[in-house]
Write a protein that binds this ligand. Structure first.
Ligand code: ATP
Ligand code: MG
Length: 453
């Protein structure tokens, strides 16, 4: 008896609409677009008698003509069954167990069992569902997903796309739409607010009206998400190469001021400062995106400090700071002022130190502007452990102000101290980087210290 039969016996999806099957001739996905190992996994599951589809971002990105970051597979096989088929695999996760299949070159294909809708979204108050309540039919699995464009399945029997939720037409029409009732979907998982904005920013698609209204109305619910998840998702967005588009949507929806409440006044609708603040933030994000798309690592501390600059200039008159002592005081002050934000975003102490240090160093570099005057930087500044970070920040800031492009990296001081090495960015899908954990770990703070002045 195949597992498909099993599913038909065990799961009632009769309330769900039948899918639209898009034949091979009517879509652009070819087997050649799929990762070889992902294909192998699909075939081996099929040969073992299970149903298996390519799902999620992989299908979406191929249809958009992009190279997917990772390939996820959903199957009727239970985690234990998948584990038996692939010797090179391990089961991870507690509540939602899934299997990672390992291939040479640090490649990981994630295989999850079709999940029920109730997992996230049906009525009932249960916080933790029993393990045997987790599995579902393909239809369930499609409807429990976040966006219609993320819920398409590609199968390898007839090479068709299976579309339960209208994802194909939303892809063609450029629409980001939450599946089902947006109020309920956001209430059950407010983190989806961030996912809607992320995917709209990345694709340039329009957010469906009801999805947009619901996310704006429920913005406060982001406070209910674990702070570590918010932090991870936020850095994923800032490090994703579409931060400029993300910023526009985040400001417009109110999400930006939810994360960075100290900007609320400067970004208030109709306020005199809004246009200027937005313009400055947008230019900064433009530089961040440019570097990231060129595969240059921008450490989280620099990225975060950059986002603070327009606020700092207006609210803390940072540009007037010109002495080491002044910079030190600014660093302390900004840490105190930002403490509630750091707590809310679960920013660890080391990163807090780094952000404050970078933020307070920029004014020093601006007033001792060695480069602009064609001189060398003062020796005492070059010797500082944070000089390398400061230089990168300085160059990015200058480029955002309409100056020349951040020329070349690595940026290093003549003293060879405190240089920020340009490292290739870590990509998602690499070993150990699991879903949701895709944020830059490329450059660590240790070398630059920040423990000492
Ligand atoms: P990326 O390109 O960033 O990997 P993705 O859409 O593949 O984008 P993942 O985080 O890898 O995002 O998630 C894989 C799939 O799991 C999504 O496409 C979506 O179908 C589903 N998913 C992820 N998060 C949620 C969520 N919060 N609620 C419902 N479905 C989700
Ligand atoms: Mg993915």
């Amino acid at each position: 008896m195949t597992s498909e039969k099993n599913m038909k016996q065990n799961y009632d999806s009769s309330d769900l609409p039948a899918p639209v099957i898009i034949p091979r001739a009517e879509h652009t996905i070819s087997r050649n677009d799929l990762d070889r190992e992902a294909l192998k996994v699909l075939y081996r599951l099929r040969d073992a008698g299970f149903v298996a589809y390519l799902v999620g971002g992989g299908v979406r990105d191929i249809l958009l003509g992009k190279t997917p970051k990772d390939f996820d597979i959903s199957t009727s096989a239970r985690p234990g069954e998948v584990r038996k088929i692939f010797r090179n695999s391990r089961i991870i996760g507690r509540r939602f167990r899934l299997v990672q299949v390992f291939y040479p070159g640090n490649k990981i294909i994630e295989v999850s069992t079709f999940r029920q809708r109730s997992e996230y979204d049906e009525g009932g108050q249960e916080k933790v569902l029993a393990a045997n309540n987790t599995f579902g039919s393909p239809a369930d699995d499609a409807f429990r997903r976040d966006l219609t464009i993320n819920a398409l399945f590609y199968e390898i029997e007839n090479f068709t796309i299976i579309d339960y939720t209208g994802g194909k037409s939303d892809l063609e029409n450029g629409i980001v739409r939450l599946i089902g009732d947006p109020e309920r979907r956001i209430t059950r998982d407010p983190g989806r607010i961030m996912r809607v904005i992320r995917h709209a920013a990345r694709t340039g698609f329009t957010i469906a009206e009801s999805t947009w209204d619901s996310l704006k109305a429920n913005m406060g619910k982001l406070d209910l998400c674990p702070t570590s998840r918010i932090r991870d998702e936020l850095f994923k967005d800032l490090q994703g190469g579409s931060s400029q588009a993300w910023l526009a949507l985040a400001v417009d929806s109110g999400m930006f001021s939810t994360f960075f409440p100290f900007y609320a006044e400067l970004l208030e609708k109709d306020s005199a400062e809004r246009k200027e603040t937005l313009q400055k933030l947008s230019s900064i994000c433009g530089v961040i995106d440019r570097l990231i798309l060129e595969d240059q690592a921008v450490p989280d501390r620099i990225l975060f400090a950059l986002l603070l600059l327009p606020w700092g200039e207006k609210s803390l008159q940072t540009l007037q700071v010109s002495t080491l002592k002044g910079s030190y005081e600014l660093s302390r002050k900004v840490r105190d002022l930002l403490n509630p934000t750091f707590v809310k975003l679960n920013i660890k102490k080391g990163l807090q130190d780094g952000i404050a240090r970078c933020f307070a160093t920029l004014p020093l570099l601006l007033c001792h502007d060695g480069e602009a005057k064609g001189k060398e930087w003062p020796k005492w500044l070059q010797k500082k452990s944070y000089f390398g970070d400061g230089q990168l920040l300085y160059k990015m800031y200058q480029e955002a102000q309409g100056g020349i492009k951040v020329s070349e990296m690595p940026l290093s001081s003549p003293k060879g101290k405190g240089s920020v090495k340009a490292e290739p960015r870590k990509r998602t899908g690499s070993p150990g980087s699991h879903r949701g954990a895709a944020f830059a770990k490329g450059v660590k703070g240790g070398v630059f210290g920040f423990r000492r002045w």
